[in-house]
Design a protein around this ligand. Structure first.
Ligand SMILES: *Cc1c(COP(=O)(O)O)cnc(C)c1O
Length: 384
């Protein structure tokens, strides 16, 4: 199924809503049935029918069907945040005594789940350098139940070989989960490589307008149905119909937004690589990156976020640089229309080895304008 059809047509049953081109927001908590028998039937098939919006809602379903199809997955559950996608998917696979193998430095709240919450339920997590498949192989033991991936992660952009890890996991009967937020399905389709569950912070590229927090879990019909009847219905962290509607609207422009962000990023990195004030650009799609070949194999295009290591380590000057940027807002998150920076100096002391890292997200502004902005801000280092 081609992506344009998925984004513009799939799951839109216009004859059901006055042939309107844009789908309606079905803003309701519950659904009524004319007869007891129809009600009984719907309750028995809650996953596919409409009973209550904590389970299913028609506006949310349109979005879920589109995300599943883009992913090449049999099914998808939309949830209220990326964090909910992490907790619902991970916890659905575990019981007391199990062990997780996770990539080092996963997303902050995945890390919190692994190190603070799951140990209370006797689930332990081993963290490994995901660049080498052997590290996963060495960590596997009879308790290993789940392998957690993030390829690339969103600060240092290390990749994992998805195909090799999926083969290894299948051999040992271990479930694989990947946070694919950085790539989206347009850049990387982990299910194709044999990964079981693909999760998203849909707040980022999928929504793309910095106005909705959302998450998605994609996988086989069997696994998603299992999660639906258990964690999803119980934890209750659903996506509201209004937010699903905004996301359907956002999806219409996903491909053009990614293209613009990607093209601008390459231009900006090209400028940064030539600056004597910059020590290093950390980005998978650079020919001098040790994982460049793997990036080219697994990812179909360069994406819009990278980290820069500045030469200067002076806290005052680093802050001045960040504040002098006019177009790059100082903020968490990424994937929206607006360019952002996340400076490490906001979180660490001056003597930290990473104090000079600044993460850049490239939004939809004109690339030349962004380059000019960076060039101007870099002037604060001229006197170093
Ligand atoms: C933001 C983010 C999350 C969490 O998503 P929310 O929608 O903020 O809950 C998870 N993983 C990655 C890589 C993220 O960037």
């Amino acid at each position: 199924m081609d992506k344009s059809f998925i984004i513009n047509q799939l799951a839109e049953e216009r004859e059901k809503y006055f042939h309107s081109v844009a789908p309606p927001i079905i803003q309701t908590s519950n659904f009524a049935y004319p007869t007891v028998d129809e009600f009984t039937h719907a309750i028995k098939h809650e996953k596919d029918e409409h009973i209550y919006t904590r389970g299913n809602n028609p506006t949310v379903s349109i979005l879920a069907q589109k995300i599943a199809a883009l992913e090449g997955a049999e099914d998808c559950l939309m949830v209220g945040s990326g964090a909910a996608a992490i907790t619902n998917s991970v916890m659905s696979q575990l019981k007391a005594g199990d062990q997780i193998i996770s990539v080092k430095n996963p997303y902050t709240w995945a890390n919190h789940l692994f190190t603070k919450i799951l140990p209370r339920f006797d689930v332990e997590t081993i963290f490994v350098d995901g660049k080498d498949v052997f590290n996963f192989e060495n960590a596997i033991n009879p308790k290993t139940r789940l392998i957690y991936l993030e390829s690339p992660n969103s600060w240092t952009f290390e990749l994992q070989d998805l195909e090799q890890i999926a083969i290894l996991a299948k051999k040992h009967g271990i479930v694989t989960v990947i946070d694919n937020s950085y790539c989206t399905a347009l850049c990387q389709q982990p299910i194709k490589y044999g990964i079981d569950l693909v999760i998203y912070s849909a707040t980022k590229y999928y929504n793309g307008h910095s106005d909705v927090v959302a998450g998605a879990i994609c996988g086989s019909k069997e696994m998603i149905t299992q999660i639906f009847h258990n964690e999803f219905m119980t934890f209750g962290n659903i996506l509201a119909p209004q937010n699903a509607w905004l996301m359907i609207r956002s999806l219409r422009t996903l491909a053009v937004r990614l293209k613009q962000s990607s093209e601008s990023t390459l231009k900006i990195i090209d400028f940064l690589k030539r600056s004597p004030l910059i020590e290093e650009v950390i980005y998978p799609f650079l020919s001098d990156n040790s994982q460049y070949n793997l990036a080219q194999k697994q990812m179909t295009m360069p994406m819009g976020m990278f980290t820069v290591r500045l030469k200067c380590r002076d806290m005052v000057k680093l802050k001045q640089f960040c504040e002098k940027l006019q177009y790059f807002l100082i903020a968490v998150s990424w994937g929206g229309y607006e360019s952002l920076i996340m400076p490490k100096c906001a979180f660490v002391a001056e003597d930290d080895e990473n104090v000079n890292l600044v993460r850049f997200y490239i939004g939809l502004e004109d690339a030349d304008v962004l380059i000019e902005d960076i060039e101007n801000a870099l002037k604060v280092f001229d006197t170093v």
